[in-house]
Design a protein around this ligand. Sequence first.
Ligand code: B16
Ligand code: MG
Length: 224
Amino acid sequence: MDKIGFIFDLDGVIVDTAKYHYLAWKKLANELGFEFTKEQNELFKGVSRKRCLEILLDIGNIEATQAQFDRWMVEKNEDYLAYIDQMDATEILPDVPRVLEFLQQRKVPIALGSASKNAKPILEKVNLLSYFDSIVDGNSVTKAKPDPEVFLIAAKNLEVTPGCCIVFEDAVAGIQAANSANMTSIGIGDPNVLKEANYNFKDFTEINKDFLNLLLKGRCPNIR
Ligand code: B16
Ligand code: MG
């Protein structure tokens, strides 16, 4: 049987950085003279920084020159990084370390598969970097989720067949990316939103060792 690997998304799975993305985008929107709501921020989850700015400018009905666009990307990221700088291990979502520890003790390879270009400093800040055998983030991909590229690179780096990978994701596009990579997808969040996932959990407190053992004993390629 082939070996099994696990891939974790970052924002919404390991930490809730969406609230900081929101504050930074809202500040930019306000500076440009319009409101940006928490509901609108939902559209930004799992979406690349560039695409987020395009959506934001659509919301504000603002046309930007390339120079303005580039400047606002930098400005938003600088504000976001100021929030990230304050992060520590208390911001890790419940029971994530328990699951990472369980997998690491069993020598299961673990990768990060995130759209964020700030993934590594965030993992360093919350002291989880050492659990990951590979970090695949917004700096390593050319195509955004729902394209499976990010997860396929992670599988390759872990030397695990895609059909032997299990992905934790909180965004619809991420679940679609995992499914089209022929991986087992686990939705973290609202099951009504993440209905295309193979499994759904509210958060990691609902993921017990029996479930993890079941996955680890699964037939692979193609666990599910
Ligand atoms: P950055 P994930 C995503 O993280 C966020 O959900 C999304 O809101 C953000 O725009 C994207 O990362 C890019 O982040 O500006 O740090 O490069 O869920 O893919 O871990
Ligand atoms: Mg996410």
